[in-house]
Write a protein that binds this ligand. Sequence first.
Ligand SMILES: [Zn+2]
Length: 120
Amino acid sequence: MGKSNNEEELVRVNKEKEGKEEPCVEIDEETLFIVTQTFKALSEPTRVKILHLLAQKEHSVNDIAEKLSLLQTTVSHQLRFLKNLRLVKYRREGTTLYYSADDDHVMNMLQQTIHHARHH
Ligand SMILES: [Zn+2]
């Protein structure tokens, strides 16, 4: 009986130790905010379509609107959202803005998620 209790105690203490040895880095508020905003960016069909299009090559706002059959104002609005999160960038040529993808992590995540969706 006593031995069994000791063994249980040992298991408990070891478990506690293991837990303490694991690095317990808490997610800070700023990181948490950016993570949730990033998932928010990827949780809207139009934004996913735009990012997927930009994964292939840069496009002007016009091109995006045409290819996705969207209003330019809609595209501009979504691009601003994505730009604020630094997921896209643009370069100006005359009066035309050319947008391209600007974050490998999130583009990889999008690609992975597309693979995930298709393997089902
Ligand atoms: Zn999967």
